[in-house]
Design a protein around this ligand. Structure first.
Ligand SMILES: [Zn+2]
Length: 236
């Protein structure tokens, strides 16, 4: 049961993703961040199977959430069991668990030029297509340069581009967020992504303009109080 918002909530009845399965493997498993809603577990298992069927190397699953959700250091969200980070790294075969502990992600964006970099490949695009085509997915956060590259190259069905939301970071991993669904009584959804493929002026406005630098980031507001249904579970 997801409770609250993606950025302020918790999870009841979370389950662990098996550390490896068809077409996927968990990286840095000792961090213990491979818990989620059963729907997130199924999503990853299905994504792995579809990636394997497409001939891709294993999907590298990074941070999901804690057993009971809640704050996850290094992340603003990942609190209700419906978020998962997946590395944009498609060059590794199946590895034993011990060899997955010391792995690092790879930058696929050329930050200076605000384009995809030499590490970007068609396999990354295919993996994003497979993930974004899943109806359980509400949005996927990627670096704007990745969305721009896809907007400029994808032919045929482009409907899946809609759920790709440009955001800061996300240049060595992408972040999948699943919908709150009917029956998730206490799950508080975000506004849906707007219609259209999002290959528009808003996307291109992310490109830094040296003549018009962005204002300094405002100080972060204090965190909201925890969801009342989560405070009773605190300490666990
Ligand atoms: Zn994330």
């Amino acid at each position: 049961m997801p409770i609250g918002t993606y950025a302020n909530g918790c999870l009841r009845g979370g389950v662990a993703l098996p550390l490896e399965g068809e077409g996927y493997q968990v990286v840095r498993p000792s961090r213990g961040r491979y818990w989620g809603h059963p729907r997130l577990i199924s999503f990853i298992e299905d994504l792995g199977a579809r990636a394997a069927a497409a001939g891709l190397n294993p999907v590298l699953v990074a941070d999901m959430g804690r057993p009971r959700g809640g704050a996850l250091s290094g992340h603003a969200s990942h609190q209700i069991g419906l978020d998962a980070d997946i590395w944009l790294r498609q060059d590794l075969p199946s590895l034993p668990e011990s060899q997955r502990e010391g792995l690092s992600s790879i930058l696929v964006v050329d930050r200076a030029n605000f384009t995809v970099g030499p590490a970007w490949s068609a396999d990354h695009a295919e993996l994003l297509r497979l993930a974004a085509s899943d109806p359980r997915v509400a949005r996927i956060f990627v670096h704007p340069a990745i969305k721009i590259a896809l907007c400029e190259t994808v032919t045929g069905d482009r409907s899946w581009l809609r759920v790709l939301q440009p955001w800061f970071g996300h240049d060595s991993h992408f972040h999948v967020r699943l919908h709150c669904e009917v029956g998730d009584t206490f799950c508080e959804p975000q506004a849906p992504v707007p219609p259209g493929d999002g290959c528009d002026a808003e996307l291109y406005s992310w490109i830094p303009d040296p003549n018009n630098p962005p204002p300094p980031l405002a100080e972060r507001p204090p965190p909201p109080p925890p969801h009342p249904m989560c405070t009773a579970m605190a300490g666990g």
